[in-house]
Design a protein around this ligand. Sequence first.
Ligand code: GTB
Length: 216
Amino acid sequence: MPPTITAFENSPDRGRGQARDMRVRWALEEVGQPYDVRLVSFEAMKAPAHLALHPFGQIPTYEDGDLALFESGAILLHIAERHGGLLPKDANARSRAIAWMFAALSTVEPPIVELTMAMLFERDESWYAERLPMLRDRVRTRLGELSRRLGDAEWLDGAFSAGDLMMVTVLRRLNTSGVLDEYLEIAAYVARGEARPAFRRAFDAQLAVFTAASRS
Ligand code: GTB
């Protein structure tokens, strides 16, 4: 039996691959592991059956035999550790790739989520115009630092790894913000990730869910 992941039945991003099942799909595609997807509604996410899998009632989850996982970072690390191709064999390089996964999730993603949430939900607030420049600057700080580290390298630390996969999915959230255009090396890095055949397969699979939902 292939592993089963959960994803939105009706993703608010309209198939743009912004929900966090995208990074799990991409990882599974990179390692060549077939998988099943169980689509869940917002209502089902908060029902006992799903809460037993995910204490916060969110997607994605991952089930494989008697293992059930939540948190996209933990799921990605599990996939990368069980299969070849996403973590280097050298022990130190492997630890550095994992450090990049953590950096993506705990240092780069928070200011990006703050900015994009504000742009989505706070536009009509009286303080929005005052708050926006600060949120954009916090993101710029991280992008500047990341850009200096990346330099003209293809990936963050040698060959493509789970660290790059996580970082690219985190940075993609800026796609409609305009901020990414200020950092050409970072924009090119994201484009390199998106050009990988495994990314395309994962993207098309999640887009097909949206397309089918909008037809019904
Ligand atoms: N830390 C967790 C992880 O990494 O797995 C966060 C999981 C999470 O935020 N899941 C979201 C969820 O289930 C979906 S991905 N939300 C429902 C809820 O909390 O009730 C977040 C997301 C949703 C939509 C867009 N979008 O429309 O652009 C982008 C990201």
